[in-house]
Design a protein around this ligand. Sequence first.
Ligand code: AMP
Ligand code: MG
Length: 320
Amino acid sequence: MNNHNDIEIAAGLIQKGKLVAFPTETVYGLGANAMDPLAVARIFELKERPSFDPLIVHIASVNDLKKLAGNVHENVLRLVDKFWPGPLTVVLPKSKLVPDIVTSGLPTVGIRMPKNDIALMLIKKSGCPVAAPSANKFGQLSPVCAEHVKKQLPQTDYILDGGKTEVGIESTIVSVNGNVCSILRPGYITAIDIENALPGTFIFDILPPKTNIAPGLLKSHYSPKKPLFITSETADVLPSSSGLILHSRRNHNCKADKVIYTSVNYNYTEIAANLFSALHDMEEDEKISRIFIEPVEETGLGIAIMDRLKKAAYQYRATK
Ligand code: AMP
Ligand code: MG
């Protein structure tokens, strides 16, 4: 676990333009001072992230929302009042304070307040908003513990270790336009949660194809370095060296070399929390050369889980 000093050291490094990986409740972030374009440039470099993919800015006080964004609609305030600190990112028109490199040149900025004591203390002690994408190489599996960060980004200047993250998948991203709220990326907070928080508001939870409002949302993402297949048939015979990820502990006849259960009985919160660690575990296991995973129903949190899974398995989907 962390002690106070670790966070002091990490905050000092952020102030000096260095990169610090830190836990949030979703996944580990790779943080830099959001006001320092050179430090932010190093995030893109280290992650090998394309420059068109904007970063989310992390804050520790709602006051910073008003500094970083112009024109904060009352529905945004309702949302942040209800879900912050927590896994919700709001996309808003940016103020001049936010460097263009953070938003990939967009006139908007994504902002969130994470629900993790280490993250909040780091941001407070750094004295600046912290731009942070997930602390992994671009396109690869998101990190849910410090070891995952070390594996993919060993050059990170400092890694704060807060153990395994709670939620396990990235934040829900929304943009609010008056009484219309669009979900740009599904996450732990579902369309129904948002609808309940904003009665009378129209919620778009499926973006029209080819939309360019959330430019980093690619079809292939979050992928392990081994072939991954989504299969609802837990076939009796899998090819040799296969790993199987199931979402309920049940009797099955499947002859896999390794089986990982993400949940006792299809509990979606448990599945989300354990999804990336199960994939990392299979990726790291030398005797496994391909991974099979069962799908979940696309309702509620299942929508975000399947979003990550389909992107992770995109290269290996049955129909091209
Ligand atoms: P992550 O890689 O999990 O940190 O999430 C970053 C994603 O947030 C990007 O790939 C975009 O899809 C989305 N995002 C961040 N900033 C903006 C923005 N200003 N407008 C639209 N989407 C954004
Ligand atoms: Mg990411």
